[in-house]
Design a binder for this molecule. Structure first.
Ligand code: CIR
Length: 256
């Protein structure tokens, strides 16, 4: 069960962040309303929120998931793969101090974005991507091993259309993973029950299980219906403005 989450609303210059989505510039006012609805959904799932101030020095800083990987006893600060995002790490350290005394840090030449990390019970998948290099992935695997977790590196370079591992995979709990076709059937995931995401709805793969609910992006009815048919309660959230910036549901919070 998660008890808390850290969130940061988009800053006024959110639209100046990194993106390859090609979906046009986001409307910041609408993004703020979508972010507020996202926060309300996390509260409905029972989480107590720490709301950080917007950080206009870093237009991508609303995507807080990328700057830390949290386990029960240890906070691992990342080294984001995009140089424009490196400065985001220092502003997450202080808020985490309230909850964690043990810290580890991914060091250069390692790079790692939290969006590449998928926790699936006691096992972690670590995506090796344009943002997370093998050195960063191996550092994280070492830190996780210290905490008693196993991990597998997953090379995602050959999977088209995704920025991070979790753009294409979600752990739904109960030993069950949702996977886009680029991951479906790969041996790394064979010890889980797998749910195939309809290729017309790939964006929906970035779902988030939070306690009794699964947060899903609104507008992907096949995916939402298949998750519900497995017995989950879903909360659908409009993510259009974050999708324009290559972001999804998971990246808007650090849950712990
Ligand atoms: C970036 O390119 O870094 C941001 N515009 C989007 C980050 C999305 N993060 C995530 O999926 N964990």
């Amino acid at each position: 069960m998660f008890k808390r989450a850290i969130v940061r609303p988009p800053a006024a210059n959110f639209a100046d962040g990194l993106t390859k989505a090609g979906l046009g510039r986001p409307d910041v006012e609408l993004a703020l309303r979508q972010h507020a609805a996202y926060c309300a959904a996390l509260e409905r799932c029972g989480l107590s929120l720490t709301r950080l101030e917007p950080e206009p020095r870093h237009p991508d800083s609303t995507f807080v998931e990328d700057v830390a990987v949290l386990t029960e006893h240890c906070a691992i600060l990342t080294h984001p793969g995009a140089p424009s995002r490196e400065g985001e790490v220092s502003s997450i350290r202080e808020p985490l101090r309230q909850f964690y005394s043990k810290f580890r840090t991914i060091e250069a030449p390692g790079t790692l974005d939290g969006g590449d990390i998928c926790e699936a019970g006691a096992h972690f998948y670590i995506g090796v991507s344009e943002r997370t290099n093998e050195a960063g992935a191996r550092q994280l695997a070492g830190f996780l091993a210290e905490e008693g977790f196993t991990s597998t590196l997953v090379d995602i370079h050959g999977v088209p259309g995704i920025l991070h591992l979790k753009s294409g995979i979600a752990y739904l709990g109960d030993d069950r993973l949702a996977l886009i076709d680029g991951f479906f059937g790969r041996p790394e995931f064979s010890c889980y029950e797998t749910l195939r995401v309809d290729p017309r709805e790939n964006y929906a793969a970035n779902a988030v299980r939070v306690n009794d609910f699964v947060l899903v992006a609104a507008g992907f009815p096949v995916f939402e219906a298949s998750v519900r048919s497995l017995g989950y309660r879903t909360l659908a959230l409009d993510m259009s403005e974050f999708q324009k910036m290559d972001g999804g549901l998971s990246c808007l919070s650090l849950r712990f």
